[in-house]
Write a new protein. Structure first.
Ligand code: NAI
Length: 287
């Protein structure tokens, strides 16, 4: 039977987590937002408030709806405080398998028996995450796009053991959030990053080989292919560390050199030039 979802816990309040909490609260769900330290949560709440202000200015949200939505979000630095009554947990912590495995093992212990455990992972196997729990049929991928309040798609990823009821609940919830869910199977990078990351990587190779400047590469893809944003600007938005992590997974798991991360991407990540979040990536966001 499909689970009715009223209470959601979001683990990780960074780029993606605050957006997921935002859309859930705006749709009337009770949200517990969990992160490691209070300042991260304060920053996330401030971001959500700012993004809702933007919606108010556009007339997409009233002041009253905004304050009600914000009132539905509580925060916790201890995961056991946040997840005990959750119908659904959405994990949005960094893209590192060992972190996710540890978290899901713990969530399996801390959440009600019937709760669905979802991961926003970009590339890590849902099947492998699920195998760490005693409820693999209730583990699923719920891959939101960045920025979450704006982007339509939720890629819903079925692990090998994910059951129909769990999939149906997550598809239905995604629609209730105003999104369009698309069901895909668990394979490295799913559909979105399997197709997107090689394009970004190729754009970085083109830059490294001196084919063109970053602005030129992005303009070709924007005006020539009708992409709303060029691949290098998109990589900066996603975070270059996240892009590198995803390419490493594709390269390792699919075992094909066409997914090898460009050395220039590694160099930027090593330098801490991670894109928008650090002020500098392929483009400069300082000032
Ligand atoms: P981020 O680095 O912006 O945020 C991660 C947050 O998780 C941080 O606030 C960190 O303090 C917190 N955190 C770390 N360990 C934790 C733990 N054990 N418990 C609670 N909180 C913890 O990362 P971002 O970009 O939001 O990515 C999160 C996930 O979403 C990753 O799996 C990523 O691949 C995926 N994703 C990212 C997209 C993007 O464009 N950035 C797009 C779609 C998916």
């Amino acid at each position: 039977m499909a689970t009715e979802i009223k209470r959601v816990a979001v683990i990780g309040s960074g780029t993606m987590g605050n957006g997921i909490a935002h859309v859930c609260a705006q749709s009337g769900l009770e949200v517990a937002l969990v992160d490691l330290e209070a300042p991260f949560l304060e920053k996330a709440l401030a971001t959500i408030g700012k993004n809702m202000d933007r919606q108010v200015k556009k007339g997409a949200l009233s002041e009253e709806e905004k304050s009600k939505a914000l009132g539905r979000i509580r925060t916790a630095t201890d995961r056991s405080d946040g997840v005990g009554d959750a119908d659904l947990v959405v994990e949005a912590i960094p893209e590192r398998a060992e972190l996710k495995y540890e978290l899901f093992q713990d969530l399996d212990r801390l959440t009600p028996e019937g709760a669905i455990l979802a991961s926003n992972t970009s590339s890590i196997s849902i099947t492998e995450i699920a195998a760490r729990t005693s409820r693999p049929e209730k583990v699923i991928g719920m891959h939101f796009m960045n920025p979450v309040p704006v982007m339509q798609l939720v890629e819903v990823i079925r692990g090998l053991a994910t059951d129909d009821a769990t999939t149906a609940s997550v598809m239905e919830l995604s629609r209730a959030l105003g999104k369009t869910p698309v069901e895909v199977n668990d394979f490295p990078g799913f559909v979105s990053n399997r197709v997107l990351m090689p394009m970004i990587n190729e754009a970085v190779f083109a830059l490294m080989e001196g084919v063109a400047e970053p602005e030129a590469i992005d303009t070709v893809m924007k005006l020539g292919m009708n992409h709303p944003m060029g691949p290098l600007a998109l990589a900066d938005l996603i975070g270059l560390d996240t892009c590198l992590n995803i390419l490493e997974v594709l390269h390792r798991e699919l075992g094909d050199d066409r997914y090898r991360p460009c050395p220039l991407l590694r160099k930027y990540v090593a330098a801490g030039w991670l894109g928008r979040k650090s002020g500098r990536g392929f483009h400069d966001y300082r000032g």
